[in-house]
Design a protein. Sequence first.
Length: 137
Amino acid sequence: MAQNPARHINGYHHAALRVRDFAASVRFYEAGLGCVHRVSWGEGNGRAIMLDLGNGNFMEIFAGAGPDPRPEGSLLHLAFRTGDCDAALSAARAAGARVTKEPTTVTLPSSPPVVVRVAFCMGPDGEVIEFFQSADV
C-alpha cells in the first residue's frame, strides 16, 4: 500500500488520562500490565508520568481528576507522533481542524529534562488531538 505523501504523522504516540488515584493507576499500568516508567515530572495534583507500552507507544497519566466521574471518562487527548509538529498542525488546520494550541517547544521538568514540541487541535467531533514531536520519548 502506498503512503500518502501529504501524511504528517508517523504513528500513535500516547493516550493521556487524568486520574483520581495517581499511585493506584501507575501501579496498575506498571505492575499489572508491565508498562515501564520512562519519564515523570511535577508534584501533588501536578504530577504526570509517561509509561512505555512498547513499540514506541506510551500512556501518559496526569494526577488531579476530581471526585466525580466525567461522562467522557478519563481520556484527555490522543497524541500522534510526528517528525514535524508545525507541518502536521498546518495540514490539520487546512483540513478544517480548530487549533487550540499553536506549536510550542516544551521542556518536561523530568530528570533529566526532556524537550518536546507539541501542538493541539480539535477533530471534527470535538476530540482533542496532540501532535507530538520528540527524539527522546
